[in-house]
Design a protein around this ligand. Structure first.
Ligand code: AMP
Ligand code: FES
Ligand code: ZN
Ligand code: ZN
Length: 389
């Protein structure tokens, strides 16, 4: 029988009779990506095709039946983005990434060209790509790397970020948690109140905000992508954590003197797109996950969403964008978002909420200083005055 492929406009011969599913397997075509047409009729997987059949495999997703052309030029594509039903050559894929970042920035008024931007760069694909894109778009973007002391993983991450900064001639600030605050993340496994990932997240938020404020940056950018944000939202919805839902936004406004503005310019781009961007741009990034990340529930939510996305491309964006556009502003924006009274932390001087309730002593100590205090008391750390380069 003759099998006509539409994307590449080629015809292959195979001997029949064969079921449709066998033909698709023979040519390694995912059944979800094509319509199979025999004698002018759609046929399903079990349909038996005679030896003299002429069959057309009509793609429903660009790239479904063999290498597709770029959606913007005649060059062959190197990557498909199923939710956009599009495939791209290398050059047009880079344009696609930039245009999604542009859309994010413009839609939410994230950045202006006068802003001095601090990009938190971990050495992973997302934040390195973000820094690269922002520099290429002409933003004044410095990098901030936080050394977490997680053995070889942190050593390699620090090197990758420093090499990128040197290659681009960009300014990198480095804070080492152990040097500047007397503890590192492996030591945080001793904490009984928070997981080590919890201490890590708290330390990142604290250090990013502090460095941004101390050095007068207008805005702090992180590499959170579509998968991160959709998975976080799913976790919050499953437990109805409305205070977190109130704050989940691609832009968190500044509180002058207390909190730097925070933006997530990659929230419209998936994990796979960011990895592809790094490969295409030749950016060396740390592929390994953090060795302490095991059991992280966000990874389970990402897996669940990927499974849904595989069957229905676009699920993740519908879920996240629907929340951001329609639900969050109407139902959550003001809920639970009141920070209460704020005072300088007795430990570090950074602004923090004043405790309320009958047991409150009135002295405000921030969550970072409380955790740091517990860790240093618990294991003979190296207490030192907090200071930043
Ligand atoms: P994660 O919390 O690991 O998913 O990372 C989210 C974002 O935080 C990344 O995209 C980076 O922008 C930033 N980030 C994470 N780890 C570091 C680090 N060690 N130093 C600087 N920025 C980081
Ligand atoms: Fe924070 Fe692994 S990167 S615990
Ligand atoms: Zn192209
Ligand atoms: Zn403090």
């Amino acid at each position: 029988m003759q099998v006509h492929f539409r994307n590449t406009r080629r015809t292959e011969r195979v001997d029949g009779p064969l079921r449709v599913s066998q033909v698709l397997e023979r040519f390694d075509v995912n059944p979800e990506t094509v319509l199979v047409i025999h004698a002018g009729q759609l046929v399903t997987k079990d349909h038996l095709l005679p030896d003299d059949a002429e069959v057309e495999l009509r793609p429903v997703i660009s790239g479904g039946a063999g290498p597709a052309r770029c959606h913007a030029c005649p060059a062959p594509s190197v990557i498909e983005v199923a939710r956009h039903r599009a495939a791209y050559c290398a050059g047009h894929f880079v344009d696609h990434v930039r245009s999604q970042v542009r859309a994010a920035i413009d839609r939410h008024g994230m950045l202006s060209y006068d802003d001095h931007v601090l990009v938190a760069v971990s050495g992973g694909k997302d934040s390195l790509a973000l820094w690269d894109v922002l520099l290429d778009m002409g933003y004044r973007a410095d990098g901030l790397y936080l050394g977490l002391g997680i053995g070889k993983y942190s050593d390699r991450s620090g090197r990758v970020v420093a090499d990128f900064a040197a290659a681009r001639g960009a300014r990198l600030r480095t804070v080492n948690l152990a040097d500047e605050h007397g503890f590192d993340i492996p030591r945080a496994t001793a904490d009984r109140t928070r997981s080590s990932c919890g201490v890590c997240g708290l330390s990142k938020r604290y250090v990013f905000n502090r460095v941004a404020l101390e050095h007068g940056y207008d805005v702090m950018a992180t590499g959170h992508n579509l998968d991160d944000e959709a998975a976080t939202l799913l976790g919050n919805v499953l437990r109805w954590q409305t205070p977190f839902m109130a704050r989940q936004s691609p832009v968190l406004p500044a509180a002058p003197g207390q909190l730097a503005r925070k933006v997530k310019p990659l929230y419209r781009l998936g994990e796979r797109e960011m990895a592809a961007y790094c490969v295409i741009r030749g950016l060396d990034y740390v592929v390994e996950e953090c060795p302490l990340v095991e059991g992280n529930t966000v990874l389970r939510y990402k897996d669940a969403l990927n499974e849904l996305e595989r069957r229905s491309p676009g699920t993740k964006t519908q879920f996240l964008f629907g929340f951001l556009d329609r639900v969050q502003p109407r139902h959550f924006a003001r809920d639970d978002a009141d920070p209460g009274e704020v005072a300088p932390c007795a430990g570090c001087g950074m602004p923090t909420s004043v405790p309320r309730g009958p047991d409150a002593t009135g002295e405000a100590v921030c969550a970072f200083c409380r955790t740091r205090g517990r860790l240093l008391r618990g294991g003979g750390g190296r207490p030192r005055a907090a200071a930043h380069r």
